[in-house]
Ligand binder design. Structure first.
Ligand code: SF4
Length: 346
């Protein structure tokens, strides 16, 4: 399974993707905004890691860094990313172009803005294949386009359509066809169902799962919907203020979260069985240029105590394969009951 500590355990040796201490800063007049801060995990072929957190927690920044799509003022401030045995961060432009779609591919959020509005869908798939691979001829590619469209549940005739002629779900499927056109080993899916209704969301996630199974690819799924992430993933990594504050097997994270932020995220999912008060997370995510000292969650944490403001918590293993960065451990073996004072008034 995916591990938080990329350099430990046997997992790193066989991992298709290893991320070690990845840091990304955005240079601003007020100083560097630490959008990703020493993020580490390792992913085996066929594994599914869900990265979850509020907006601004660093999830998409990690995705963009893994795709080497960051642009100034963002810069990679440190760390190492190994993709199928190659150091990704030091690849030159040509090697990077070959690696994209073939080794690592992005399913972006916002399908409409990802597709070219003035090109037919089929031509966009052909473009992607030609731009990122060598030696394909037009006949082979045409057959491949039909096969790809079928693989995402679209009629091959969609190849002749323009993006504006497709529904939101069809556009997202077309984007997935492009992203998987060269059978990548790692798929980064950045909120692939945002702006879709729940029925289509489910269909898109099922299609992504089928594609991944067929390819044997590893997936990093990024989102802020805990239910959706939990249904899809083997492992969940919870991000706050650029850091992974907890990571572990999905069942353990959902049934026995250890980090207060994870607990609050889970508690904020509204239930539908009975009427109940909405439970939110008090306060707002911090400004990344001016993070609170030490544990950056302490101003919002109902469990905070003195040490949280003076010592930065380090990740530690608190259960098999479950790691957390919080001073409540190892003294506690589980997270205490959530104080009622954190409830949002109805
Ligand atoms: Fe809360 Fe302290 Fe743990 Fe941070 S280290 S999450 S403030 S208890």
């Amino acid at each position: 399974m995916a591990t938080a500590n990329a350099s430990s355990r046997s997992g790193a040796a066989t991992a298709v993707l290893t991320v070690e201490d990845l840091s990304v800063h955005y240079d601003t007049h007020a100083g560097p905004a630490k959008a990703a801060d020493r993020v580490s995990f390792a992913l085996q072929p066929g594994e599914r890691l869900g990265l979850i957190g509020e907006s601004g927690s660093g999830k998409t920044t990690v995705a963009m860094a893994l795709m080497r799509l960051l642009r100034p003022p963002a810069r990679i401030a440190g760390g190492k990313v190994t993709l199928d045995g190659r150091e990704l961060l030091s690849l030159n432009e040509e090697d990077l172009r070959q690696a994209r779609l073939r080794d690592i591919a992005l399913v972006p959020q916002g399908a409409m803005s990802s597709l070219n509005p003035v090109m037919r869908v089929g031509d966009q798939i052909v473009d992607a294949i030609r731009a990122h691979s060598r030696g394909d001829n037009r006949n082979d590619i045409s057959g491949r386009v039909a096969e790809l469209l079928r693989s995402v549940g679209l009629d091959p005739a969609v190849a002749q359509r323009y993006p504006h002629e497709l529904s939101g779900g069809m556009k997202q499927r077309a984007v997935m066809a492009i992203s998987t056109c060269l059978a990548p080993k790692v798929i980064i899916a950045d909120e692939p169902t945002s702006a879709l209704d729940v029925v289509v969301q489910r269909q898109i996630m099922q299609t992504l799962g089928r594609l991944q199974d067929g390819l044997g690819a590893a997936v990093v799924l990024i989102g802020h919907d805990m239910g959706l992430i939990a249904q899809f993933s083997d492992t969940i990594g919870v991000m706050y203020a650029g850091k992974i504050v907890e990571i572990g097997p999905v069942r353990q994270i959902i049934e026995a979260p250890k980090h207060p932020y994870t607990r609050l995220l889970i508690d904020s999912i509204p239930g539908i069985k009975k009427k109940q008060k909405l439970r939110g997370i008090p306060g707002l995510p911090p400004r990344l240029v001016n993070l609170p000292e030490c544990c950056s969650f302490h101003p919002r944490c109902p469990y905070a105590f003195g040490e949280c403001k003076t010592v930065t918590p380090r990740q530690q293993e608190v259960a098999p394969d479950q790691r957390v960065a919080c001073h409540l451990y190892p003294e506690h073996d589980r997270l205490p009951e959530r104080p009622a004072a954190t409830e949002v008034p109805a």
